[in-house]
Design a protein around this ligand. Structure first.
Ligand code: HEM
Length: 234
């Protein structure tokens, strides 16, 4: 394979890894200061939250951030083949990141500025995140590599919600700003809350659909090979 073809084939991974690393660094950075004065519109409320909920936010941001950084590297064939032990350890850390990030999400979701609709959206995401992570782990422990790969695709599709959340939020705010005066009476906070509520679903439902499409597309050639080996198979 020449260099141009190699680059073309790797381009989706490069874009995905770049966005994942970028968001993990930019989104988590304010929480490294442990100072609510540096937080954003959505999390400024933590200045008056209980220490337990503040600890939940920090645990969530750091653990989920680590999962987002490690996730893309788990899909590199070369890394998996040449450094299987590294793949295994990164996978374990990724899954611990999901476990801590997912459980702490239940601690911080109640009271979000997006209200109940947004809270249900993110808690559904947290449940699916924990379930897909568990399935990815259970299938590899059972020695089922194909199922493990499929569950990891679904799992990372959900982890990637951290990226799509911020992209969609930017798009929704950008498209609503022209209506700030007419629809929101000039109140930017009202506009932000509306966009935030929608994004709590928009950040992960399309990701899961795309992940499932990737899984099914990969399955098709495998099914064709099985059929050619067994022409009597329906
Ligand atoms: C995929 C499952 C995830 C769920 C269910 C989830 C859930 C939540 C919840 C409930 C909040 C509180 C929001 C608020 O108070 O308004 C939050 C905030 C946050 N999450 Fe997640 N999250 C997930 C993934 C991630 C990932 C992968 C990252 C990695 C960067 C991440 C980083 C953050 C950060 C930095 C915040 C603070 C808010 C902000 O600065 O935008 N989350 N998340």
């Amino acid at each position: 394979m020449n260099k141009t073809n190699f680059f073309k084939r790797q381009l989706p991974w490069i874009v995905m890894a770049f966005l994942a690393l970028g968001v993990a660094i930019v989104a988590v950075a304010p929480y490294v200061t442990f100072n609510p004065a540096n937080f954003n519109n959505a999390t400024a409320r933590y200045a008056t939250e209980t220490p337990l909920r503040q600890a939940g936010l920090y645990t969530h941001a750091f653990a989920a951030g680590i999962a987002l950084i490690l996730g893309p590297f788990q899909f590199l064939n070369r890394l998996r083949q040449r450094k299987p032990t590294l793949h295994r350890w990164m996978g374990r850390i990724y899954l611990v990141g999901i476990l801590l990030g997912g459980l702490s999400a239940f601690l911080i979701a109640p009271g979000m500025i997006s209200g109940l609709v947004g809270e249900i959206g993110l808690m559904s995401l947290a449940v699916l995140w924990l379930v897909t992570g568990w399935k990815a782990y259970a299938s590899i422990r059972a020695g089922n590599v194909i199922a493990h790969r499929e569950w990891m695709i679904r799992s990372f599709g959900l982890t990637f919600a951290a990226v799509t959340l911020r992209l969609w939020l930017g798009i929704l705010i950008g498209t609503q700003v022209p209506f700030l005066a007419t629809k929101y009476a000039g109140n930017f906070d009202a506009l932000f809350v509306e966009a935030y509520r929608v994004v709590m679903w928009l950040c992960w439902v399309p990701n899961l659909i795309i992940a499932e499409w990737i899984v099914q597309r990969r399955r098709a050639p495998q099914a064709a090979v099985r059929k050619s080996l067994n022409p009597f198979q329906a």
